[in-house]
Design a protein around this ligand. Structure first.
Ligand SMILES: [Fe+2]
Ligand SMILES: [Fe+2]
Length: 269
């Protein structure tokens, strides 16, 4: 039996029990002769004396072998993510309820994930992707600050924000998981989006979800030359999304999104 305190630390770090059920398990941790042993592909790769001072090191070692985030990396991820999210929210326009674009997209993304029956963990993961999808707009704000023609700068550089987002998120390995969403949320199902012109399932899954929710939030909240001239009602927006299925958006996801909006928000097409 692994020491009780070690099991607790393991559970806190990885949200699962350290079980070693069979030898097929790629990376496995267990106790034998008062030693903590790590096996990989059925082979012993490390053994540690049972010493409380070494538990953190053993967890780091296990995480690395199992391809999991170490408790330390998790802390860094949380810290950097919340730093970016706060800057994003500061630069966005607040609506009458006190929410901004990224917050609304994040809320809807989480609700959509739950509607699809995803676990709490996956729903929160999608919310975090959503909160960071427009992180690259910080760069555009910086450019606009020193520009005498602010709106011209915005128009000229708007299409750079997915790439800028990827650059911001590359500063630390713990944020790399969010890059595909930030970089590809303006790709289109038909391959006519930007920045890379990816097509269909080449577009990362979370980015395809973000494209739909992002569009919905934009057209129902902003007056923009890109999306025609006036703010759309939820039902108009949903009809547009339906019409753009297979063109802008993943058809299967579009169908699910329409189901979600009808069932959760009572909006009809
Ligand atoms: Fe965007
Ligand atoms: Fe957006």
């Amino acid at each position: 039996m692994l020491p009780e305190r070690f099991v607790k630390m393991f559970k806190d770090a990885f949200n699962v029990d350290p079980v070693c059920e069979n030898n097929d398990q790629k990376v496995c941790i267990f106790e034998e002769d008062n030693k903590i042993i790590v096996k990989q592909d059925g082979r012993v790769v490390a053994q540690f004396e049972d010493n409380e001072d070494d538990y953190a090191t053993i967890l780091q070692y296990y995480a690395k072998k199992a391809g999991l985030m170490t408790p330390h990396a998790k802390e860094i991820e949380e810290l950097l993510r919340s730093l970016f999210v706060n800057i994003i929210i500061l630069t966005e326009v607040e609506d009458k309820n006190g929410f901004s674009h990224s917050q609304r997209v994040a809320k809807m993304a989480e609700e959509f994930a739950r509607f699809l029956g995803w676990s709490d963990e996956q729903a929160v993961e999608l919310r975090n992707h959503a909160l960071l999808h427009d992180v690259g707009k910080i760069a555009i704000e910086q450019l606009m600050l020193y520009s005498p023609t602010r709106l011209r700068t915005l128009e000229l550089h708007y299409q750079d924000h997915p790439t800028m987002g990827a650059i911001y998120l590359s500063i630390n390995e713990s944020l790399w998981q969010y890059i595909p969403t930030a970089r590809n949320h303006h790709e289109r199902w038909d391959g006519k989006g930007f920045p890379e012109g990816l097509k269909g399932e080449e577009i990362p899954f979370y980015a395809r979800i973000m494209a739909i929710i992002d569009y919905y939030d934009e057209v129902t909240n902003f007056v923009s030359a890109d999306w025609d001239s006036e703010i759309k009602t939820p039902s108009q927006a949903l009809n547009e999304i339906k019409a753009l299925s297979g063109k802008f958006f993943d058809p299967q996801l579009t169908e699910k999104f329409i189901d979600f909006m009808t069932n959760v928000y009572g909006i009809r097409t």
